[in-house]
Design a protein around this ligand. Structure first.
Ligand code: ISL
Ligand code: CA
Length: 559
């Protein structure tokens, strides 16, 4: 496979609203990001994925864009954005921006025009349909944030489609003018010096022309079998590649819920000229039915199975991305590890180790590198996210109690990830000198970047070491390009896998429990490269694993 700069990159995601506030208005901003670049540089990540910074009414915190060519005033100016690009490039950090092109804000001039009359030349830029004979919606599709995917416009007596909030109308990608308009946006930002895009729900842009009713219920947002991974999407992506992406050396990552590894190959196989990689959702769907707002127990067996399936399926056939968290997911250490003071750092390091030794490009979500935790709320009014409110209502509507609804949100709300980053022990965790837009987790006195950077044993320094290992001359290629083999698939407490090529073999062993365990492996231990425990084992028979222990070892696998 031809080598690409992004193969061994490590991406750090910034959610601008919650990263750092420079002007005391309580909202993170671009100058705030610039002031913290040394943190990312020290960590060793070499790409920043910037969640949307475009002009937006912020109904969905920027995932509802009203002008693709302007920066949201609360985040700064175009000059600030240009300075960010320059400051990053001085540090050899590239930037990818979020391209939200399945939908716009209802306040985008395109939609305002489109809505103005059936005859408007932009009418067809969005998806308008007449009601059924009985006045009901054109079909039975649901949306991620509302019960129905269609909203009625009284003035023109038609419905428009929105797979997300009514304030996020879906663009009609079938219209070539729409596609060209988005390609222009992409050229504009790429010419400014960014290095690619994270593409929001890009696998949903193609809708079937007959808009058939959903027939699968209970497995996801109704209608997904029609609008997720529709074959038209691949055609649009190939056109996008021809017209835009092929002219630059970029990293593109498609956010693609409802995808299988086969879809993953279609999107990311280099010969297909679509995307560099995608975000799959299998592993973040183990412990809940998101659509039904129901929690399930996390199963390590299932996690191992899902991750192994993707690791193997895309080897040489595409490219993986690997992640524990992002702005839509709860905090990883609270979700998969143990966020009590006793095990917070150890289990966060364990999770990091498991992920960062896999093949594919790893993504770190802001605050994950200092093992920030979920912040639980006791009243729905404290939640900001529109999806939290939708889930809350959904849970009450099925007859569950308010407490049950809060229990679900306290595990899964997107606001956990969106609580501001803790920089230091000062007021508001150093995030802002004003009133933060979302509350600061009171645990910031213990959990903050300054404390973490000063402690050589912190999660932060463990992430640093993992990134350095991936980028090291000696082990980098094995981690980036080597084979993957799961060991002991039936072990429900320990995740152990091999990474190997013709030169060397690495064994990764991780205890996902708070128990002291003992395991034996057939390989011969050569060297422990990295671990989160203080005592160093000397052999792999009767290997003692302390709670949440994780080890990266070079082994001799020739038996
Ligand atoms: O948020 C989710 C998981 O809790 C998803 O269901 C999410 O809605 C879906 O993955 C799409 O997410 C993306 O598009 C949304 C936006 O709200 C999310 O923040 C974004 O990542 C609409 O643009
Ligand atoms: Ca600000």
């Amino acid at each position: 496979m031809e080598r690409k700069w992004w193969h061994n990159a490590v991406v750090y995601q910034i959610y601008p609203r919650s990263f750092c506030d420079s002007n005391a208005d309580g909202v993170g901003d671009i100058p705030g990001i610039i002031s913290k670049l040394s943190h990312i540089e020290e960590l060793g990540a070499n790409v920043i994925w910037l969640s949307p910074v475009y002009a937006s009414p912020m109904k969905d915190n920027g995932y509802d864009i009203s002008d693709y060519y302007e920066i949201a005033p609360e985040y700064g100016s175009m000059a600030d954005m240009e300075e960010l690009i320059t400051e990053c490039s001085k540090r050899n950090i590239r930037i990818i921006m979020d391209l939200v092109a399945n939908h716009t804000s209802e306040q985008h001039p395109w939609f305002i025009e489109s809505k103005s009359s059936k005859e408007n030349e932009k009418r067809d830029w969005y998806i308008w349909k007449p009601a059924k004979g009985d006045g009901s919606e054109p079909n039975n599709w649901e949306s991620f944030f509302t019960k129905k995917a269609w909203t009625y416009d009284n003035a023109s007596k038609q419905y428009y489609l929105h797979l997300f909030a009514p304030s996020q109308p879906d663009l009609n990608w079938h219209n070539p003018q729409v596609r060209q308009a988005i390609y222009q946006v992409m050229h504009f930002w790429l010419r400014k010096g960014i290095s690619g895009f994270r593409m929001d729900v890009i696998n949903m842009i193609a809708k079937p022309s007959d808009f058939p009713d959903a027939t699968i219920f209970d497995e996801g947002v109704a209608g997904w079998e029609h609008w997720a991974n529709n074959h038209g999407c691949h055609q649009y992506l190939r056109e996008m590649y021809r017209e835009v992406l092929s002219h630059y050396d970029v990293l593109t990552v498609g956010e693609t819920p409802f995808t299988t590894p086969l879809d993953g190959r279609y999107y990311s196989h280099p010969a297909r000229n679509e995307l560099s990689m995608i975000f799959q959702f299998d592993h973040v769907s183990i412990d809940r039915e998101e659509h039904n707002a129901r929690a399930l127990p996390f199963s390590l067996l299932e996690y191992k199975q899902v991750m192994s399936k993707w690791q193997l399926a895309l080897h040489g056939q595409g490219w993986n991305s690997v992640y524990w968290s992002n702005h839509d997911q709860p905090r990883a250490v609270s979700r998969y590890g143990d966020d009590s003071p006793r095990y917070r750092e150890t289990s966060a390091k364990m999770l990091a180790t498991v992920l960062h030794c896999m093949s594919g490009t790893p993504y770190i979500y802001q605050g994950e590198e200092i093992a920030m935790t979920n912040q639980c709320f006791s009243d729905i009014s404290e939640y900001n996210d529109l999806m939290a409110h939708f889930h809350y209502q959904k849970i009450l509507a099925r007859g569950d109690s308010k407490q049950q609804a809060l229990d679900f949100l306290n595990r899964f709300s997107r606001d956990h990830a969106r609580c501001p980053v803790h920089w230091n022990k000062h007021e508001n965790a150093g995030f802002s000198q004003g009133v933060p837009w979302l509350s600061i987790n009171p645990n910031y006195l213990d959990i903050n970047a300054e404390t973490a950077r000063a402690n050589p044993n912190s999660t932060f320094h463990h992430y640093r070491a993992l990134i350095a290992l991936r980028q090291s001359p000696q082990y980098g290629d094995t981690i980036t390009y080597g084979h993957y083999q799961l060991l002991d698939p039936e072990d429900s407490e320990v995740y152990a896998y091999l990474r190997y090529d013709q030169h060397q073999c690495l064994l990764i062993v991780a205890n996902f429990t708070a128990k002291h365990l003992e395991r034996s492996y057939q390989e011969k231990l050569l060297e422990v490269l990295l671990s989160n425990i203080s005592n160093t084992p000397t052999r792999l028979t009767g290997l003692k694993l302390e709670p949440y222990a994780a080890l990266v070892m070079e082994v001799d696998a020739t038996r």
